[in-house]
Ligand binder design. Structure first.
Ligand code: HEC
Length: 225
């Protein structure tokens, strides 16, 4: 008697286990007949944002004042942003061209951030732009399009958000680095580009005592000693 009860209990248990294993759910990527498109994997609802990927801060994520931050953009076309001319309309033209880019950095450019920016700049940008940013990197020596120097008037006066956008989206024949470099690192690089620009345009009157031009610091266009 005891024995039979034990056996049927065991059978029941097996039955239960089998039910649990055969749940009416689909394995990933298996076809199904329920939905018209035959896919058991349902497409994400429009506007779904993966956890941790909500980008509401337009300035931080795009360097711009307006528009959507996560918007996919192609490279900025050089035809859209023409080098400024020295005419009287230059100031207005400048506003029109760069007006949508933010001037301010979205977080403080501390020494640690700038050091990190230099580190990332050395990894990603030096190959083309060279260590001082004159546009004479090794790849350019081997025939790649020469980038403009960071020390030309136009690039010294563009808003910080524009530098960020060029890194994020690419510019003309420069590829975009939005995929490779995280957002805050791109800002750190933009900060370091600003530091490089300042290093080549530092009014001598404000130099520390005892320092003067030619005291061993390479200037734009000169080779490092
Ligand atoms: C593969 C070479 C290459 C790399 C790497 C590269 N650039 Fe460039 N960059 C260029 C070229 C070429 C141009 C000029 C493109 C043109 O005028 O069509 C340019 C232009 C620029 C400009 C000027 C845009 C303007 O308005 O004239 C900035 C700023 C810039 N790059 C920043 C960077 C930064 C920062 C990095 C590193 C994250 C970087 N670039 C990496 C090739 C490169």
């Amino acid at each position: 008697m005891m024995h039979r009860a034990a056996v049927s209990a065991l059978l029941l248990l097996v039955g239960c286990q089998q039910k649990m294993a055969d749940q009416p759910s689909y394995k990933p990527l298996t076809p199904c007949v329920f939905f018209a498109d035959g896919r058991s994997e349902r497409p994400a609802v429009a506007g779904t944002v993966a956890r941790g990927h909500l980008q509401t801060d337009v300035a931080l994520f795009s360097g711009r004042r307006t528009g959507k931050s996560g918007e996919p953009r192609g490279a900025i076309a050089p035809a859209v942003i023409q080098p400024q001319t020295g005419t009287s309309g230059a100031a207005k033209q400048k506003n029109d061209q760069y007006g949508d880019f933010v001037d301010a950095f979205p977080f403080a450019m501390s020494e640690a951030v700038l050091r990190h920016g230099r580190d990332r700049f050395t990894i990603y940008c030096v190959v083309c732009h060279d260590p001082i940013g004159t546009g004479q990197g090794k790849i350019v020596e081997r025939g790649y399009t020469a980038p403009p120097s960071y020390h030309v008037e136009r690039l010294r006066t563009v808003p910080a958000g524009y530098l960020f956008a060029v890194i994020s989206e690419g510019y003309g024949s420069m590829p975009s680095y939005g995929e490779q470099i995280p957002v805050r690192d791109r800002w750190a690089i933009a900060g370091y580009v600003r530091a490089l620009q300042a290093s080549q345009h530092f009014p001598e009157a404000s130099w520390p005592p005892g320092k003067s031009a030619g005291s061993g610091v390479p200037r734009a266009g000169e080779k490092s000693p």
